[in-house]
Structure formats: C-alpha cells, structure tokens
Design a protein. Structure first.
Length: 155
C-alpha cells in the first residue's frame, strides 16, 4: 500500500472493512512518515473536541430583545428610525429646489460649451444621472415617511 492511499483511507477508517483496517494499521506501524501524519491528525482532533475553545455565547435572544424594545417608543408611538432629520416640508422644499436646479442646468453656459463639444451623445448620460438622482431622492423620501404618507392617503 502506498503512503498517499493510506492517508486517504485513514480518514475513512470507520467505514472500512476489517481486512483493510488491519492492512492500514500494519502500514502505519512500519511507516514513520504515515505514523507522524496520523499522530498529528489525532492530536488536532483531540484538541478540537476537548473543549479548549470555549463555545461562543448565543447573542440571538439578547439582540432580538433590544431590537423589539427599541423599535417603537411607547410614549410617542414613533419609530426610532423616524426621529430627527428633515420634516416633510423640508424634504419637499429640498426636492423642489433639486428638481429646479436639474431643469435649469440646460440653460447654463457650461452646458452649452460641453454640449457643443460632445454633441447629442452628452444628453443620454446626463439624462440617466438626473433620472437616477430624482428616483433615489423620491425613494428615500417615501421610505422615510411611509407611515405618515399611508395615514395621509389612507392606505
């Protein structure tokens, strides 16, 4: 039996028939190289199963209790995530200013010089960027005011 096949078979020792286990044992007894590998494997397995490494604590219950207790404030019945930041009026005013600035970008001198150099191929990337920014702003606004909007529109 060759050393490589002995080491491959050794790891499956529990499922081997008795004859192969005996051949494996004799090879390990007479081959120092394989005996060293087997000894190293056994030491590693004993260290891992002996409890040297303490089990990690289970934080699942602790974390879920904190999340459940802090998700809603009992006194104001407001979500923790809704506190602070802009009011609805502030979001709307900022959105209108942003929308007007995107509309007026086409009237500036910088736009005319860049559009003159690039031609109409400049309009597609600019339109995509403006669309992404307006969509992201709308999604953030709706996401952060979902409860208020659903109450206002009775959804």
């Amino acid at each position: 039996m060759k050393c490589n096949s002995v080491l491959d078979v050794f790891y499956e020792e529990d499922t081997l028939p008795l004859r192969k286990r005996l051949v494996l044992a004799f090879h390990i007894i007479f081959c120092g190289h394989c005996a060293a590998h087997v000894e190293h494997y056994e030491e590693t397995r004993s260290v891992l199963t002996s409890g040297v490494f303490p089990p990690s604590p289970d934080f699942c219950d602790l974390i879920m209790n904190v999340v459940n207790n802090e998700a809603f404030d009992e006194e104001t019945e407001k979500s923790v995530f809704e506190t602070g930041g802009f009011s609805t009026r502030g979001w709307v005013i900022a959105g209108i200013i942003m929308f007007l600035s995107f509309v007026t970008v086409f009237f500036g001198q910088d736009y005319n010089s860049i559009a003159g150099d690039w031609g109409s191929s400049f309009l597609l990337p600019l339109g995509i960027i403006i669309g992404i920014v307006i969509t992201a702003y709308g999604a953030l606004f709706i996401g952060s005011h979902l409860k208020e909007l659903s109450q206002r529109f009775k959804l």
